[in-house]
Design a binder for this molecule. Structure first.
Ligand code: ADP
Length: 716
């Protein structure tokens, strides 16, 4: 009898499945939900539940249809329940125009509830989150979800920095290979699009697709120049820059009217390679691909040395844009005392460049563990120096933040487009985060200029100062990215289910993508957009993005948030830059720059044609000259040239010389024959007994050879 067919066996299986399902649901409802809500609560109880809660409304200003295209948005928007009075979910507060934020009225100042309740407003939805205690009450640390709780796995095999693996391990991450189900992939280089596309919904990677737009010198220049054209008063954040050869004419025109020094860099170079200074742009060929910049000739000096700042910035999301700046960073010093550029010192790279890779080769490089000396110092030491010299440190850093925000905003449309194209289904956590290294040069007026953005800043820890800055940076970054909010197992289960459903087509084409919304059961909107399971969601829901934001706000470490700006008055200011695509499409601009390049190419061809014509004319003239000169004289001249050459080798045989030699030889033979010298010699030899008749018969050619004047050795 087959036991598997028995009723008893089937019943046991049913019960087993039932209890498994029940346990799973139970755990989901209790475990994850409470963990996440607690995360949000902590965020709010730590900082946000004050009497003056300023709310930021993320308004979809550009085109609502477009901006609501991501599944995350669709689901969030669909959660508004018409008819039911929910004052804290203000889905109707929608605005029109560009895309960005706008401040709404401060809440909570006059009502008691706002003190104990917090709000996160995103995607036109306001999420209500209750604080567990009074403002300022500390969160219960024992209940805080940690990375080790979530059993997150990280793959660092594509990174050369051992430190990242070590820190991840100490934070509770499991180190895995790339082929395994990692939560985070940390790579030093930009991964291919395929990798982005195959990522699961719980996975994160440390690069955003399209970040190259600001990380390559030529693309950064193009984007910043475009923004400067659109916002001439706001975008003076970088030195005047031309992309050669496209902007060759512009650069030459500027050079003619301004007496300036220029710095020239290869368009995709790094580490100071191939950089030089000049004040004569005519020395540059019209075909060279270079970035030409005005040289900031009066930089801020400390102890007489030029320096630049490496500011680490973390991007956790591009749509909406969220930026954090690390409070600690590095100042890299030049190793020769600074003097304004002159033709005499323009070649001194140790004076004009501040790259570590250049200056470490100088014997003057100062390895010093003290904060206020050394060729590499911490930003905190620079802040102290500024305070001592009565500079306004806060104002300076708010200017630096402004430069960083504007630089990222110049590529924002591309970043947003690429992200949405690569991760249409990533609705649980953000698929990417990225640490960018901003190189900032400060002039004598304390104005910061962006020089370069590095997508993979160096995490080498050669010096003590590196260790003190970079280790906490990695640690804080890994803590801030929110892997803990994604339940790997549940997402995999859901994905499997989805695939199964699609294959079986059990529910037709209208199978809704379920979302992981902690603290809420899944919402399936009907045609009118109202949720069908009203009874199952008694509490206000917390969207996945709101969870992430709450998590980030409560795990900032030494980061400070710069976007959305903490100062509400700045929100409106940045709004306009989000609307850049409404004014000039970046693709239009690309077409314009292509046109410029086309024009430059045509100009180049014309110049080359002209040059070729001139050369031909010169050649024709010299040919005519050659015809006039007698052949012998030309030949002599050529020979003289050869002989004058230092490396003249005797192996060379001139044709004319050879001809001359042959002629002389023939003349000599003729002379010998005419003077009958051979006969006389023969007779003489015969007379003296040196030759006999026998000789003549033995060597018949001898007489003939003697007669022709040849060497008689060959005849004997
Ligand atoms: P790389 O990527 O090769 O390091 P950068 O653009 O960062 O190239 O320039 C290298 C160094 O040259 C900078 O650290 C800075 O000291 C100096 N530098 C670059 N541009 C300018 C400029 N416009 N004015 C003054 N100094 C500059």
């Amino acid at each position: 009898m087959n036991l598997k067919n028995s009723k008893f066996y089937k019943r046991i299986q049913e019960l087993r499945n039932f209890s498994k399902e029940k346990i799973r649901k139970d755990r989901e409802q209790r475990g994850l939900r409470t963990a996440v809500i607690r995360g949000v609560e902590m965020a709010l109880s730590e900082s946000k539940c004050s009497n003056q809660v300023i709310e930021l409304e993320w308004s979809q200003l550009a085109s609502p249809a477009k901006s609501l295209s991501s599944p995350r948005r669709r689901t969030s928007a669909s959660k508004n329940k018409p008819g039911k009075k929910r004052p804290l979910m203000a889905g109707d507060a929608r605005s029109k125009g560009g895309q960005g934020f706008r401040p709404v009225k401060p809440v909570g100042s006059d009502n008691e509830a706002a003190v104990t309740e917090g709000f996160i407003e995103l995607n036109n939805l306001r999420y209500r989150v209750a604080c567990s205690g009074r403002p300022g009450s500390s969160p219960r640390h024992d209940e805080r979800p940690t990375i080790s709780d979530s059993k997150s796995a990280i793959c660092v095999s594509n990174s050369r920095y051992a430190m990242i693996g070590r820190i991840s391990k100490s934070l509770g991450f499991k180190l895995v290979k790339e082929c395994k189900m990692w939560n985070i992939l940390w790579s030093d280089s930009f991964p291919g699009v395929e990798l982005f596309k195959n990522m699961k919904r719980f996975q994160q990677i440390n690069h955003f697709p399209g970040m190259i737009e600001i990380c390559r010198k030529d693309l950064l220049s193009r984007n910043l120049n475009r923004m400067l054209k659109l916002y001439p008063h706001d975008y003076k954040i970088f030195p005047k820059t031309w992309m050669l050869p496209a902007d060759y004419g512009d650069a030459m025109h500027y050079a003619q009217n301004h007496k300036r020094t220029f710095i020239l860099k290869p368009d995709s170079g790094a580490q100071g390679r191939g950089i030089w200074l000049t004040n004569d742009l005519k020395t540059i060929g019209p075909n060279e691909r270079l970035i030409c910049q005005t040289y900031i000739h009066r930089p801020l000096l400390i102890d007489g040395y030029k320096f630049d700042l490496r500011v680490y910035t973390l991007i956790t999301s591009v749509d909406p844009l969220r930026l954090y700046v690390y409070n600690e960073g590095l100042a890299r010093f030049a190793t020769n005392k600074y003097v304004e550029p002159t033709p005499g010192n323009a070649n001194d790279l140790y004076m004009h460049l501040t790259n570590y890779s250049v200056n470490k080769r100088n014997s003057q490089y100062d390895l010093c563990d003290n904060d206020d000396c050394g060729s590499k110092r911490k930003l905190s030491a620079i802040n102290n120096w500024m305070t001592r010299h009565n500079y306004d440190v806060n104002e300076f850093w708010s200017n630096v933040d402004d430069v960083i925000i504007k630089t990222v905003l110049s590529a924002w449309p591309v970043l947003k487009h690429n992200y949405n194209a690569c991760f249409p289904g990533h609705d649980t956590i953000q698929a990417c985060f990225e640490i960018l290294g901003f190189d900032i040069l400060v002039d004598w007026k304390l104005k910061p200029y962006i020089l370069e953005v590095n997508h993979s800043p160096s995490f080498h820890t050669n010096e003590q100062v590196d260790r003190e800055v970079k280790r906490p940076l990695i640690r804080d970054t890994l803590t801030l990215v929110s892997t803990v909010l994604a339940d790997k197992k549940q997402i995999l289960r859901e994905d499997r289910k989805r695939v199964k459903q699609r294959l079986l087509k059990s529910k037709g084409d209208t199978v809704q993508r379920s979302r992981v919304v902690a603290g809420a059961s899944k919402v399936t909107p009907n045609k009118e957009g109202s949720p069908t399971n009203k009874e199952q969601s008694p509490e206000p829901e917390i969207g996945s993005l709101a969870q992430q934001i709450a998590w980030e706000e409560s795990h900032m470490g030494n980061f400070r948030r710069i976007m959305p700006p903490p100062d509400a008055s700045r929100v409106n200011y940045y709004c306009k830059f989000f609307g850049q695509t409404n004014q000039v499409s970046i693709f239009q601009e690309t077409a314009a720059s292509k046109k410029r390049e086309d024009l430059a190419r045509k100009m180049r061809l014309q110049i080359e044609e002209k040059k070729a014509k001139q050369e031909q004319m010169l050649l024709a003239r010299s040919k005519r000259k050659r015809l006039i000169q007698p052949r012998l004289a030309r030949e002599k001249h050529r020979l003289n040239l050869f002989r004058l050459k230092e490396n003249w080798s005797p192996g060379f045989v001139s044709e004319a010389e050879e001809r001359l030699r042959n002629t002389w030889q023939q003349m000599r033979t003729e002379a010998i024959r005419n003077l009958k010298i051979t006969e006389n010699i023969y007779a003489l030899l015969f007379e003296h007994g040196h030759l006999s008749n026998t000789d003549i018969t033995t060597f018949p050619n001898l007489y003939h050879y003697l007669q022709c004047g040849y060497d008689i050795k060959g005849a004997t």
